[in-house]
Design a protein around this ligand. Sequence first.
Ligand code: SF4
Length: 94
Amino acid sequence: MLAEQEQRETMQERIARIRQRLASIPEDKVLVSQQGRSDSICWECANCTPGKCEWAAELKPVWSKAIRVNSSGQALGPYAYRVQECGFFEQEEG
Ligand code: SF4
């Protein structure tokens, strides 16, 4: 019971941390108009796994440019981010 409560609190803390992080993404990293690709380059990135990318693992914005779009109903915040430029991007093969 206590372990479950600790685990739940840890998850709540994690969600709060991620929400705070998403809310504090610098404006100069964000494109608010729909310029660029409509999807995220992460879908084609060989590093898109939690073990290789902190954006994939914890939504830490390691990228340099993303399109910000409204995401009504998303649990972690009012916006979703479609990554456009990232220094850690590696084209997935195949
Ligand atoms: S493009 Fe950048 S942010 Fe996206 S999965 Fe790859 S390394 Fe992570």
